[in-house]
Structure formats: structure tokens, C-alpha cells
Design a protein around this ligand. Structure first.
Ligand code: HEC
Length: 165
């Protein structure tokens, strides 16, 4: 009995290795839907509205607008949310100064989620910043005059959950 020749037999070894590496990366990151896609979809459908005020050139920006957040594009939104803490808050909101926009892996401790979700605001509890509570956290859906859909909110929570501490 004869076996058909293996089809990959003639490929140079380096090419096989590149193929195997690509496949591995694909499996590890889940090529079909990456959590990063959740963020981009949410940006296109909803978060782009935040750029009216949060960004270096935002027309709606004023002296009391929270600093540290650049919502001008999906890319700047993503990096400023994951890398920065909020500052420049006054009055009632001042208790949230220094709070990270996102706590990786923890949507329930992420200010970014709390400004979009009344339920998350009520339960918000960040031991390092006890004064950042329901009274201090502003409802940003009022500023954009729109609520995120349940799907969008779920996608953003999924994105925060997927981030590595
Ligand atoms: C009309 C301008 C405007 C828009 C649009 C806007 N914001 Fe804000 N944002 C502000 C101001 C002003 C503050 C400071 C707190 C306050 O005045 O309520 C703030 C505060 C924040 C804070 C800190 C909240 C706190 O109270 O600790 C976050 C996070 C935030 N905004 C995210 C967003 C997101 C996400 C969107 C889009 C859904 C958005 N903002 C849309 C003006 C805006």
C-alpha cells in the first residue's frame, strides 16, 4: 500500500514555521471576534459622540471638562481609556480625580462604564477612592443625549473584562 506524498513536503522549513506561528497567534487571539473589535464597533455606533467634548480640539470642551480622555478616534479613545486617570474634575465630581478610566478586567470598577450605566454607578465601589460614588459620577448619556444600546454596553463591558491587568 502506498501513501500519497504529503503536500507540504516540498515547502521549505522556514515557510512551514511561519505558517505555524501565524496559526498559533490566530488561535491565541481568537481570529474571529477579538475583544478589540467590540470596542471599534461601539466607537462607530456610539462612542464617537463623546468626541464633541473629550479631545484636544473638541469644540464642546470647557474648563470643567474632565481631562485625560481623548475620544477623537477609536485609537486615541482606546489608549487614553486604558492608560490615563481622570483629572480636572470640580465640585461634586472632584472625588473621582485620580481614578483610572478603566480597571483592566473589572468593568464594575471602571469609571468609563459607570458614566454610561446607571446600575454600574449605583454599585461603583473603588476602595482607593471612596468619594467616587454615585453622587460624584456624572451621567454622560445626558451629555450626548443618547443611551448606548444593551448590546453596546455589553460589548464595552466585555472589552474591559478582556484587558490584562
Ligand atoms: C457636552 C460635552 C460632553 C460630552 C459630549 C461628553 N462629556 Fe464626558 N465630561 C464632560 C464634562 C464637562 C465632565 C466633567 C464632569 C461634569 O461636569 O459632569 C465630563 C466627565 C467625564 C468623565 C469623568 C466622570 C466623573 O464624573 O468622574 C468621564 C469618564 C467621561 N466624561 C466620559 C465621557 C464619555 C464616555 C462620553 C460619551 C458617551 C462623554 N464623556 C461625553 C463633558 C462631556
Amino acid at each position: 500500500m502506498t501513501h500519497p506524498p504529503q503536500r507540504t513536503a516540498h515547502l521549505p522549513l522556514w515557510l512551514k514555521s511561519v505558517g505555524a506561528a501565524a496559526l498559533l497567534v490566530c488561535c491565541l487571539t481568537g481570529c474571529e471576534t477579538e475583544p478589540g473589535d467590540d470596542f471599534d464597533v461601539a466607537y462607530t455606533s456610539f462612542l464617537n459622540k463623546c468626541s464633541q467634548c473629550h479631545g484636544p480640539d473638541a469644540l464642546g470642551r470647557s474648563s470643567d471638562t474632565a481631562k485625560g480622555l481623548d475620544m477623537s478616534s477609536a485609537a486615541t479613545a482606546r489608549t487614553s481609556l486604558t492608560d490615563n486617570t481622570v483629572s480636572g474634575l470640580t465640585g461634586n465630581s472632584a472625588g473621582c480625580n485620580g481614578v483610572p478610566f478603566v480597571v483592566p478586567g473589572k468593568p464594575e470598577q471602571s469609571l468609563f462604564i459607570a458614566v454610561l450605566d446607571a446600575d454600574a454607578r449605583t454599585k461603583f465601589d473603588l476602595p482607593s477612592h471612596p468619594n467616587c460614588d454615585n453622587d460624584a459620577i456624572s451621567d454622560m448619556t445626558l451629555k450626548v443625549n443618547a443611551e448606548p444600546s444593551a448590546d453596546t454596553l455589553a460589548a464595552l463591558k466585555r472589552w474591559v473584562t478582556s484587558l490584562q491587568p
